[in-house]
Design a protein around this ligand. Structure first.
Ligand code: MN
Length: 172
């Protein structure tokens, strides 16, 4: 039996401030970052990614409305999803993803519908409690400065809906 590959999901979340929640399945939970501008396919674009609380695996395909008054109130769509591979190495040795994130440097290969190829996640400084990270496309065959899927492909990969539509439909 081949081991099941871990999943990643990116949810577009129209909360008080619009952002994209990038989540990686690691040891049975979804490690998560809130990325205000969303991911880029251009290696020159460094995107701020704020570490947020782990989410349960069951949240990966959540689309809908988080009620007013609750944490993260607003609507959510699954903007991209797929599997990922951990490419993190140190001195030529493979570093398990949990260790890589603990150390604040990880490289993952995304196999999504909109995003593909390697992305680097690097935490600011050495403090393990630091919440600020940068999410950057690695220069590879999938890097493309002309693509901008955050603006040209705003729809859900699960339902085809826009995040604004989810809010209208569920509150109607
Ligand atoms: Mn969020």
């Amino acid at each position: 039996m081949s081991p099941k590959r871990p999943r990643f999901v990116i949810q577009k979340h129209a909360a008080s401030r619009l952002h994209y929640d990038v989540r990686l399945e690691v040891d049975g939970v979804l490690k998560s970052w809130a990325v205000p501008k969303g991911p880029s396919t251009d290696p020159r674009e460094k995107r701020l990614a704020m570490a947020v609380d782990d989410h349960s695996l069951g949240y990966a395909d959540f689309e809908g409305v988080i009620a007013e008054g609750e944490y993260g109130a607003g609507s959510v769509i699954v903007w991209d999803m797929g599997c990922y591979r951990n490419l993190t190495e140190r001195d030529g040795e493979e570093v398990p993803i949990a260790d890589a994130l603990e150390r604040g440097h990880a490289v993952v290969w995304l196999d999504g519908k909109k995003l593909r190829g390697a992305y680097a996640l690097n935490r600011f400084g050495r403090d393990p409690d630091e919440r600020r990270w940068l999410l950057v496309k690695v220069r590879d065959q999938d890097a493309d400065a002309r693509r901008n899927p955050v603006s040209t492909q705003p729809e859900s990969v699960l339902s085809g809906r826009m995040v604004e539509q989810v809010a209208e439909e569920e509150l109607a």
